[in-house]
Design a protein around this ligand. Structure first.
Ligand SMILES: Cc1cc2nc3c(=O)[nH]c(=O)nc-3n(C[C@H](O)[C@H](O)[C@H](O)COP(=O)(O)OP(=O)(O)OC[C@H]3O[C@@H](n4cnc5c(N)ncnc54)[C@H](O)[C@@H]3O)c2cc1C
Length: 446
């Protein structure tokens, strides 16, 4: 029987909030089968009000809680099963750390993000810029089929032969078209990886960023590298070599020690599961922050100058620079609804305080960016929608949306709007968030 948790129930406190915000939903439906997801969706539509779809509860572009509406919480759909060979089936409610731990004994891994607590559902419907991305592509590039519950309550298996348009859309804009209830991925045979962490002292930020960018781009594509900058003088890096050859990994890591003075470093061979372990910390809205994001082809010229100026404003608590490129860019841009296949970096600025000073500081960086990965952006406007989805992608998504979700039931996460609505989702009751979400309350900062 479908469990529904309401205010006053014993378990309400455990299910009302997410990682990035607190909430006050009227009902949290906790399905344990696809049939119960269908029922939960029907009840939510009958109840009216906001509908939030939650997998791991780590959403940034869309918070998976609300005030007064319904949450469909998929955390119980968290099975990880092996199918044939390298094929695995994963529930949306699994966390990526748990997926990595389950795949390890089978000698397999799937590149996901840098946090093992992130849920499968949110990440696998938008992209998945991961620590083996340059070697093996985005998470969505491993998706072979999915099960989807659409707004009409139909359960569809979508793949290259069945509902191919929906299969295209789920890989980049899945939240627009339905609730994904399972994913079939082709995993890679890389259970063990080289994992290096480095701490840098930064003396000249624009130059450091340029040298970092050149080092990443000249590295073999078996190397992916994420950089985290605090202020203007200190940076942490995670560099992953997608393979278990210690000598090759060491050789690949070498150039990263020459980017700037290294204050500390560590390199080891570890199971990929050890790089992205899940903590399962309870959700209390503990990471409510504002973020802005963009993609960049190279870290040079106006990009590095702009990011250095941004860091100097003091409005930004952390700058994250994730490598993309490599195998990510082998995929044609019209193959999936994530169309950004020529950039080499994803840049995200995080601010605990948020507000106009942060927004204005980022506005000066934005013109140097080339597209946007929606998963890292907390604000929404039609112009950002156009950065997330180039015109051909957006038009195709709107045609699909008109067919599969004509009533705009799924309107929480960069909603593309219908073809008749030139301005996208603005004015359709979609929550807008810049710092504090409209429908729930973000609390502490990063
Ligand atoms: C600490 C942290 C680190 C991160 N690092 C990375 C990274 O390295 N790389 C990267 O690519 N991303 C990263 N992200 C972003 C992350 O991929 C997104 O925030 C993602 O949406 C989280 O997935 P979730 O299932 O936990 O989210 P949830 O909060 O459960 O869902 C977020 C939104 O996704 C949609 N959604 C969720 N499940 C489904 C479903 N089953 N079907 C349809 N739509 C659904 C809904 O609109 C929902 O509101 C990070 C996020 C955090 C908080």
């Amino acid at each position: 029987m479908l469990e529904i948790v309401r205010p006053g129930d014993r378990h309400y406190a455990a299910v009302r909030d997410v990682y990035t915000a607190t909430g006050r939903p009227a009902a949290v439906a906790r399905p344990s089968s696809t049939a119960e997801v269908v029922e939960a969706l029907r009840l939510a539509r009958e109840a009216g009000g906001p509908l939030s779809v939650r997998s791991g509860g780590h959403g940034i572009s869309s918070i998976a809680t609300n005030a007064g509406g319904t949450v469909v919480d998929l955390s119980r759909l968290n099975a990880v099963e092996r199918l044939d060979g390298n094929m695995v089936r994963v529930g949306p409610g699994a966390r990526w750390g748990d997926v990595a731990a389950a795949l390890h004994p089978w000698g397999l891994a799937i590149s996901s993000g840098d946090s093992g607590d992130v849920g499968v559902g949110g990440l696998a419907t938008t992209g998945g810029i991961g620590l083996m991305g340059r070697a093996h592509g985005l998470t969505i590039d491993h998706l072979v089929a999915a099960e989807l519950v659409t707004a009409d309550g139909m359960v569809r298996r979508i793949d290259a032969d069945h509902d191919p348009e929906l299969f295209w859309a789920v890989r980049g804009a899945g939240a627009n078209i339905g609730i994904a209830t399972s994913f079939e991925f082709r995993a890679d045979p890389v259970p063990v990886v080289g994992h290096a962490t480095l701490q840098y002292r930064v003396d000249d930020l624009p130059r450091f960023l340029r040298d970092w960018g050149e080092t990443v781009e000249s590295a073999p594509r078996s190397v992916s590298a994420f950089l985290y900058l605090m202020g203007t003088e200190f940076a942490l890096a995670t560099v992953v070599y997608a393979g278990d050859d210690a000598e090759l990994a060491g050789r690949a890591f070498g150039p990263f020690t020459a980017v700037a003075p290294v204050l500390g470093q560590r390199a080891q061979l570890v199971p990929y599961a050890g790089v992205v372990a899940a903590t399962h910390a309870p959700h209390r809205g503990q990471q409510g922050a504002s973020t802005h994001t963009g993609l960049a082809v190279h870290l040079d010229g106006p990009v590095t100058a702009g990011l250095a100026d941004l860091a100097a404003t003091g409005t930004t608590d952390m700058l994250q620079i994730r490598s993309t490129g490599g195998a990510v860019n082998d995929v044609p841009e019209d193959a999936t609804a994530y169309a950004h296949r020529h950039q080499n970096f994803s840049v995200t600025a995080i601010s605990g305080a948020g507000g106009p000073p942060f927004d204005e500081a980022w506005d000066r960086v934005r013109p140097s960016m080339d597209g946007l990965y929606l998963s890292f952006e907390t604000s929404f406007s039609p112009s950002l929608l156009e950065a997330a989805f180039p015109p051909a992608t957006l038009n195709r998504l709107r045609d699909i949306k008109r067919t599969v979700d004509p009533d705009g039931v799924f309107n929480q996460n960069f909603p593309v709007g219908l073809p008749s609505e030139s301005s996208g989702a603005e004015g359709r009751g979609v929550p807008h968030r810049s710092g504090t979400p409209a429908s729930a309350t973000a609390s502490t900062s990063v």
